[in-house]
Design a protein around this ligand. Structure first.
Ligand code: FES
Length: 89
């Protein structure tokens, strides 16, 4: 499996069940994060494609408008297929 980060040539290797953030950090990709528990929102990104499940996180972290645009928390989003994301930072 792999993650394509929009605008970045090389895909990032990923493992099923890993979070987007875990895959990115393991590959040495600089990516903003802090709490890793869905409380700070620093790891927000847009999920453009991919099969995922979301782990519990603070309700107020993602506004309805963000959700409708596909914004997810990289630390709380588990991958089950290849995925494509867009950075927000
Ligand atoms: S690192 Fe804090 S919400 Fe993801």
């Amino acid at each position: 499996m792999q993650i394509i980060v929009e605008g970045q040539e090389a895909p990032i290797p990923a493992a099923a069940g890993e979070t987007i953030l875990q895959s990115l950090l393991r590959a040495g990709v600089p990516f903003p994060f802090s709490c890793q528990f869905g409380n700070c929102g620093h790891c927000k990104c847009v999920l453009l494609a991919g099969s995922v499940t979301e782990l519990p996180h603070s309700e107020h972290i993602l506004a309805p408008e963000e959700r409708s645009r596909g914004v997810v928390l990289a630390c709380r989003t588990r991958l089950w297929s290849d995925a494509t994301i867009r950075r927000i930072d």
